[in-house]
Ligand binder design. Sequence first.
Ligand SMILES: Nc1nc(=O)c2c([nH]1)NC[C@@H]1CN(c3ccc(C(=O)N[C@@H](CCC(=O)O)C(=O)O)cc3)C=[N+]21
Length: 293
Amino acid sequence: MPATLIDGKAVAAAYRDRVQTDVAAFTQRTGVTPHLAAVVVGENPASAVYVRNKQRACEKAGIGSSLHTLPATASQSDLLTCVHGLNDDPTVHGILVQLPLPEQIDERAVLDAVAPLKDVDCFHPENVGLLSQARPRFAPCTPAGVMELLSAAGVETSGKRAVVLGRSEIVGKPMAMLLLARGADATVTVCHSRTADLAAVCREADVLVAAIGRAKFLTADMVKPGTAVIDVGINRLPEEEGGGLAGDVDFDAVREVAGSLTPVPGGVGPMTVAVLLRNTLTAAELQTAGEPG
Ligand SMILES: Nc1nc(=O)c2c([nH]1)NC[C@@H]1CN(c3ccc(C(=O)N[C@@H](CCC(=O)O)C(=O)O)cc3)C=[N+]21
């Protein structure tokens, strides 16, 4: 029996509805409209698409948004000046610096400059530290989205073997933290391109999260029958392969062995945006004086 597909669009829509309700109550109570500022350097067409999706989602949820664009030739200090300005602007609650940044920019230095209370991506070391100590301030958007998809699909993680394929700061590492946390209670293995006998490690998984950034990397022989497979990859295929998007999972083949599977598009991507909205509301709550709740 082929895998059950997990409908990320539907799960994200329901999640965004809850955020919208909570935003309305917050604004009613405080008179404050949560606001997300997106900073984009240069003209990467993929970045433009994501940022537009995020802005549209903000608008629907009752969240204000602004776009701050810098030329591809912007210097480190130009970008830091922009970030500092947003840090100091009390009408801005969340700041997202779209990655990747051009090579003349020190990405880590820029992410470190974002005020921790405005760090809706959860990339600042203070927020990463809080997450690793199981007292998160913000949810890491993509990994938290994955947890929502698992829960919506009724996938049990407690006591199960979870394998995270990929060790990035953005997805792999925080994903492992969430799966390991009390409540999720998985036994977590993080593996990567240098892992010896990678296929055998992946075959141990009851829950397998592919976030390695290579199109169709996870093949059917790497998946134990019945496993829940979450595909975080968003790879643009070359024109000779028809263009379009491919995940990190060889979808057609893995579908025949997995128990459940997320598609690309329509899987993790929409959830990433939905969690970003939740984090923007959380940021506004943290920065607004008065009675909590
Ligand atoms: N500071 C920062 N934070 C990010 O969260 C961040 C980033 N930089 N840089 C780029 C990646 C990528 N990313 C996506 C978000 C939503 C979709 C999304 O909504 N995808 C839809 C549509 C895809 C399409 O058709 O192009 C889907 O998968 O169904 C995709 C990708 C956030 N990122």
